[in-house]
Design a protein around this ligand. Structure first.
Ligand code: ZN
Length: 359
């Protein structure tokens, strides 16, 4: 950290209970205001461990965090000062937090630009930008000390990265500067770090983020994309969450198979004369058999893709070229059937990944 170690004779509280080790106390350079009126001291953290101290303002802490406002309010402030250990004649407050988390959090209160590292990246590049490593610590302390505005900014950033609405996901994907020459692709861009997003959203109660983040991770483990998983990506998940993920992958295949087996309804607008089908033992549209075969061919491609949302989108691009299917059926499949299937699939994601809370 950017800090300077205090001379040993000035170290406040270096004796760690139960430990023979003396943990050095390090004064923050960037969060040591000459007119500060409170000293905050972190837990021992890092390797080798240090305790960091920050000289900040009770008014700034109160302004942003209702937890501190309650502590420093009126007569309570006097009681707090009177009851505190002192350093440089200022009250010293121990916070049970990691030094780096505290540094990021206090910096966020004083220098707001740190909160916008991610959202200041151009929209279409944001998905490829790693989620800032400072965000988890800030989010943790903003939640803990009830810094609602700070928390709101980071929650918004996470929700923008992992949209809850399919239209928002499509809008982001359409703008990812794809080469026109690439043609329809079964691979779409996804935001980076889905495992970390799941951890943050679960730990800090941001449920809107979870369905799409789980889907993105499921896509990675369901297919040759596995090689694209970053080292440690899955370590963000608990054993139970990994179990949910694996069951979700299987359920996505069930959902996809359901779509494949529903082609009978895809010719409901067909204007052509029906013909008798021996297998169905009924009169059916002459387009039905061709559609069925086409979908099976497309599914064979999907089976090595593991991304049914992309698969359905690509099918809607290709379906105007299906042979032996009338124009009415092609248009209906494109504008109604596949769009509807995709919307329904998106809506099932919370259930697929066990995120539907029992009331
Ligand atoms: Zn037809």
């Amino acid at each position: 950290m950017q800090a300077e170690q205090l001379p040993e004779e000035q170290l406040p509280g270096v004796d760690e209970p139960g430990s023979a080790q003396v943990v050095p106390v390090v004064q923050s350079e960037e969060l040591w205001f000459s007119d500060g009126n409170i000293i905050i001291r972190s837990l021992p953290s890092g390797a080798p461990p240090i305790r960091a101290v920050y000289k900040v303002h009770r008014s700034i802490l109160s302004l942003h965090c209702s937890a501190f406002a309650a502590l420093f309010e009126g007569p309570k402030d006097e009681a707090f000062i009177a009851g505190s250990e002192h350093y440089e004649k200022l009250p010293l407050m121990d916070l049970p937090d990691d030094a780096e988390d505290l540094r990021h959090f206090l910096k966020a209160l004083y220098f707001h630009e740190g909160l916008h590292i991610h959202t200041s990246v151009p929209l279409f590049e944001r998905w490829r930008a790693p989620f800032p490593p400072s965000y988890p610590g800030i989010l943790r302390l903003a939640t803990k000390y009830d810094a609602s505005k700070v928390r709101r900014i980071l929650v918004d950033a996470l929700q923008a990265q992992w949209p809850a609405r399919l239209a928002a996901y499509d809008g982001m994907n359409n703008g990812m500067n794809k080469s026109v020459d690439e043609g329809p692709s079964f691979r779409e861009d996804f935001p980076s770090d889905p495992g970390r997003a799941i951890r943050l959203a679960t730990d800090f109660d941001i449920p809107d983020v979870l369905p799409f983040a789980y889907y993105a991770l499921a896509r990675l483990i369901a297919s040759p994309e596995l090689s694209k998983i970053k080292p440690g990506e899955l370590t963000h998940l608990t054993p139970n969450e990994l179990n949910v993920l694996i069951l979700g992958v299987a359920d996505l295949r069930v959902q996809t198979n359901r779509i494949i087996s529903s082609t009978q309804g895809w010719t409901s607008k067909c204007q052509q004369d029906l013909v008798y089908d021996d297998e169905a033992e009924d009169d059916v549209s002459p387009c039905e058999h061709s559609l069925e075969q086409w979908v099976e061919r497309q599914h064979a491609l999907e089976s090595c893709c593991g991304d049914p949302l992309a698969w359905l989108k690509v099918m809607s691009m290709l379906c105007m070229d299906i042979e032996d299917v009338c124009e009415t059926c092609r248009v209906y499949v494109r504008t109604d059937v596949l769009v509807d299937a995709r919307n329904r699939l998106w809506k099932t994601l919370p259930a697929v990944f066990g995120l539907v809370r029992c009331s």
